[in-house]
Design a protein around this ligand. Structure first.
Ligand SMILES: CC(C)(COP(=O)(O)OP(=O)(O)OC[C@H]1O[C@@H](n2cnc3c(N)ncnc32)[C@H](O)[C@@H]1OP(=O)(O)O)[C@@H](O)C(=O)NCCC(=O)NCCS
Length: 185
């Protein structure tokens, strides 16, 4: 597998990327994958592709980032690995490559919001406005919500927006420091 920056000229990969987005996030991108890919290819953003080895290697997954706080704070968006190729380290390799690309552009903190719209974590149960910080601390993964994938990659849970996607459907904020504190490292 190779990881490289995606270009709008890679028409075949743009189409494959659109299909991966529609498959991974049908509620957000059904029928709009190509349009979203065009946005992700915006000049100020980063978009990386994991591609199978070989001349006509297929797209296995993609990851992007958007600068949101000058150059110091970047939002990881999106990350998706093609179905059938998950659980083989593709997602981890994409996160690692994105961290390098963001750090090279001055990123100090890489962060993301990971929604729980399908009751996959304990945060979907009860009123999250009551003791939200305690509930975040005691979060339980009920049905393979990806927050654990990000924890394994060194991201910490740093916040939540209760009901962001509707009642019982919070967004979970996670962040990772990419540059050592002054005096460390
Ligand atoms: C989440 C996703 C990107 C992970 O990519 P992947 O290539 O399957 O992940 P990896 O193979 O690199 O997995 C690395 C580790 O994370 C774990 N992991 C992966 N997905 C996980 C999940 N949903 N829940 C809990 N753990 C998970 C793996 O078991 C593995 O653990 P290990 O190192 O102890 O063996 C991929 O499953 C995907 O595209 N899912 C659909 C889209 C999505 O949810 N994107 C994130 C939205 S915020």
């Amino acid at each position: 597998m190779q990881i490289h920056a995606l270009s709008a000229r890679d028409e075949a990969f743009v189409r494959q990327g659109a299909a991966i987005l529609e498959e991974a996030f049908p509620h957000s991108y059904e029928g709009e994958g190509v349009e979203e890919m065009r946005k992700l290819l915006g000049a100020e953003r980063i978009l990386l592709a994991a591609v199978e080895e070989g001349e006509n290697g297929a797209l296995l997954g993609l990851i992007g980032a958007i600068p949101q706080y000058g150059v110091t704070g970047w939002e990881l968006h999106p990350l998706a690995v093609r179905e059938g190729f998950r659980g083989r380290g593709v997602g981890s390799a994409l996160v690692k490559a994105l961290e390098k690309a963001c750090a090279e552009r001055g990123c100090v903190t890489l962060y993301l919001g990971t929604d729980d719209e399908e009751g996959k974590t304990s945060l979907s149960q009860g009123d999250l406005f009551e003791n939200p910080l305690e509930k975040l601390q005691n979060i339980v993964n009920l049905r393979r919500h990806p927050f654990e994938f990000y924890q394994k990659r060194g991201f910490a849970i740093v916040g939540t927006i209760p009901d962001a996607n509707g009642p019982g459907k919070p967004d979970i904020y996670m962040a990772k420091r990419l540059r050592p504190l002054p005096g460390e490292g």
